[in-house]
Design a protein around this ligand. Structure first.
Ligand code: SAM
Ligand code: SF4
Length: 734
């Protein structure tokens, strides 16, 4: 079939199916946008906070731009050094447009629609059979931290891309980097300006090569100064401290273990003469657990380190190397690297971290070569302060640096202290996580959060939204399927924002359809996701849940408050009524679905009447499960500065009231299963009852029943329900 035949085929199918309005935003005309005008576009809009008059203008948060590249431009240290690119070469711009629309429609029968497009359509014979693979292309403009600010561009050596010139012209490469691509983006670009009819490339960016720490090279480390220059200071908080202070009390210089990155480490080498060990302590939400799994992947698979084992012989299990574990380390063998992955969502989080660091800092002062790493949201929030307060700490790293742990530890093993908290673009994870469970797994689909809930630290600690490409998410799911996993939970702080930062845009419903269609039957049986946001939640997601066989009938939709005035002050973007409309739609389309939520009591200004409306909303919905929180003022959040804070005793009284009511509703919701047969995926043993196993219904209710775990683990079985409790059920295996 000639290229034109294929084009006509695509055009025809497109004319039938098309209802898309092709977004111009991803089209590059030959009059290419420059860094300068992109900078203008990206000027952050300051927000007039509707109804939050108490906040001084200087303290108000700025809206984040939807494109993370725009948020990073001119502010931070991230430098895109290169991109892994695939392309489809077509004759005309019209063909490029139609091909992109076809790709976007997502109904191409392939796990890799871009690869199919390349093999069907591309005029590039050199890459057609390899899914359009071009490979790594280096950014032709070397943009250093300093020149980025001045928007100067210094052309790098022409030869660095010589290998790819047969596939893609030098001119086209320049166009590609001018738009500052991000992983997962697809652009059309002309192949040259010189000919009358230039061909067009459709380029897909599979991954990026980033330079995060322009200040961390050996040259800088040799500097006498332990702080960087003012200019570097302004660029963010990534720093390498080369001159470490002597430790208080001992008067000695701190020792760090020598962590050498093995060149070809793919698994733990038990014969290694001196095996270095690590422990991870994890606090917080699923997102932190998922991050710890990725940290563990880096430590084991990239650095060839060993998790340390329990000192109790009967339990030959990982002590805290199972990422979700928060077991105490006091009786453990001392690790060479301790990673404390922290959460700051509620009270006293920082103090708890300082307390937890105590024993490790003491070991270091006693002369032990131990690397102390503080990761996660407290690390991001406290940054350099952590080093001031606990000088024994070696590495402070925000959640965006999880994939970069190996590089950062490389600096640490040279004896430096590192703070890596600058917002940055994300790359794909090369190491792959070490999962904490064998049946179900977490899969991040979007990092960060662009919302401005006035009580919440997350946007400040996890940065701007960055979606992973649908193909990467699918690849991770297929890897999990091949390892025997049966359930995945897609993670995002605001999952409904998925894809709005992409070029071209995608939606969360698109992703659900794509995964459901391309994960082979009989492998992963269940797809769950958290967390939905009522402001962005779409009917297409309800339809997807109702119609797709793998997507579980379970909605997690935090409402936070039932009072419209409080919701406005929280800046949630919905009301009691609009929230209830969503609930009604869910009940209409998926009547058996479970509905869960989060609520905060005692938000500043919450009166008795306002609190009553929260109870009214709970009574109207009758949640299957509700996470209940007493409002906790958090650093760098607007509501923490407000007057009319609710006294602690009122908060705790209200908390008890919502907990009692939510338990009553949960029991009611459990009782609807009595006498019914439910489908259960077996996950674990019942730790409290030998001979019983634990699984979950599609609606996420725990079910306990007698059974042999060895034979049932990971199986979907049917169970007749005989007992109902608020949060769990008991039954008999059919
Ligand atoms: N992104 C999700 C959302 O929009 O609901 C949840 C993120 S947050 C990690 C989980 C829950 O913690 C929130 O839904 C909220 O109920 C609670 N939370 C967040 N900040 C809080 C604060 N300052 N005080 C009390 N609870 C808080
Ligand atoms: Fe984002 Fe959720 Fe925090 Fe709001 S509550 S800022 S949506 S993470």
């Amino acid at each position: 079939m000639s290229q034109n035949d294929v084009f006509l085929r695509i055009l025809f199918s497109f004319m039938i199916l098309s209802s898309y309005n092709l977004s111009k935003s991803f089209i590059l005309s030959p009059a290419i946008r420059t860094h300068r005008n992109l900078a203008t576009l990206s000027v952050l809009r300051s927000v007039e906070v509707d109804g939050c008059d108490e906040i001084p203008a200087t303290k108000r948060r700025l809206w984040f731009p939807v494109k993370p590249q725009d948020a990073l431009l001119n502010q931070y240290n991230t430098i895109v050094k290169g991109a892994y690119v695939r392309h489809v070469l077509v004759e005309t711009e019209d063909m490029a447009d139609v091909a992109i629309k076809t790709y976007l429609k997502g109904d191409m029968d392939s796990q890799d629609p871009f690869g199919l497009l390349a093999s069907d359509l591309s005029a590039c014979s050199l890459s057609r059979d390899e899914g359009g693979k071009v490979g790594w292309i280096m950014n032709p403009f070397h943009i250093s931290a300093a020149t980025q600010t001045n928007e100067e561009k210094i052309r790098i050596d022409h030869n660095s891309n010589v290998a790819v010139y047969p596939l893609i012209s030098e001119y086209a490469i320049e166009q590609l980097f001018e738009v500052r691509p991000k992983g997962g983006d697809v652009f059309k670009i002309p192949s040259s300006l010189s000919s009358n009819r230039p061909k067009w490339h459709i380029c897909r960016i599979d991954d990026l090569l980033l330079d995060y720490l322009p200040n961390s090279g050996q040259a800088n480390l040799e500097s006498d100064s332990d702080l960087f220059t003012d200019e570097m200071d302004k660029k963010g908080t990534n720093k390498v401290f080369s001159k470490r202070p002597k430790l208080k009390g001992s008067g000695t210089l701190p020792k760090t273990p020598n962590i050498i990155i093995p060149t070809s480490a793919t698994s733990i080498d038990p014969k290694r003469p001196i095996a270095k060990t690590y422990q991870i302590i994890t606090n917080g939400c699923q997102m932190n657990v998922a991050d710890s799994e990725r940290l563990e992947g880096v430590l084991q698979k990239q650095l060839n380190l060993l998790p340390i084992y329990s000192s109790t012989p009967q339990e030959d299990a990982l002590l805290v190397s199972t990422p979700s574990s928060t077991k105490s380390t006091s009786d453990s063998k001392s690790p060479d690297i301790i990673v404390i992955n922290t959460c700051t969502i509620r009270d006293h989080a920082e103090q708890k971290v300082y307390n937890a660091l105590g024993p490790y800092a003491a070991r270091k002062r006693a002369g032990k070569a131990i690397a102390i790493v503080v990761a996660g949201c407290v690390a991001q929030q406290e940054g350099e302060n952590l080093l001031r307060r606990v000088p024994e700490v070696d590495l402070v790293m925000g959640p965006q640096y999880v994939n970069r742990l190996a590089d950062l530890l490389d600096d640490v093993s040279r004896g430096h202290q590192v703070v890596a908290t600058d917002p940055t673009l994300l790359t794909e994870d090369l190491s792959r996580p070490i999962r904490g469970h064998k049946v179900r797994a977490w899969v991040n689909i979007i990092h960060g959060c662009n919302e401005h809930c006035t009580y919440c630290v997350v946007p400040g600690t996890r940065g701007v939204e960055q979606s992973r490409s649908m193909e990467h998410v699918l690849k991770e799911c297929l890897d999990l399927a091949s390892l025997g996993y049966k359930e995945i939970t897609l993670l995002g702080q605001n999952i409904d924002a998925y894809g709005r930062d992409m070029t071209p845009k995608r939606t969360f419903a698109d992703l659900l359809h794509y995964l459901n269609d391309h994960i082979p039957s009989g492998t992963i049986e269940r797809i769950r996701y958290v967390t939905s946001h009522p402001r962005y939640f779409s009917d297409r997601v309800i339809d997807a849940v109702a119609s797709l066989d793998k997507v579980c009938e379970c909605f997690h939709m935090p409402f936070q408050s039932g009072d419209d005035e409080i919701l406005r002050k929280m800046r949630r973007g919905y009301t009691f009524d609009s929230y209830m409309k969503i609930i009604q739609k869910i009940r209409d389309r998926a009547p058996d679905a479970s509905i869960c939520g989060d609520v905060i009591v005692g938000f500043p200004g919450e009166t008795d009447d306002a609190f009553q409306r929260t109870l009214d909303l709970m009574n109207a919905v009758r949640f299957d499960n509700l996470n209940t929180f007493a409002y906790s003022p958090r650093p760098n959040t607007e509501a923490a500065l407000w007057e009319k804070q609710v006294p602690d005793d009122v908060k705790s009284e209200r908390l008890q009231i919502v907990q009692r009511l939510s338990t009553q509703h949960a029991l009611e919701r459990s009782e609807r299963y009595l006498g019914k047969r439910v489908e259960v995926l077996v996950e674990d043993r019942n730790p409290k009852h030998i001979g019983q196993v634990m699984g979950r219904t599609r609606q996420n209710r725990q079910v306990f029943f007698e059974g042999d775990f060895q034979t049932l683990e990971g199986k979907v079985v049917h169970v007749d329900i005989t007992e109902a409790r608020p949060w769990s059920l008991t039954g008999i295996l059919v």
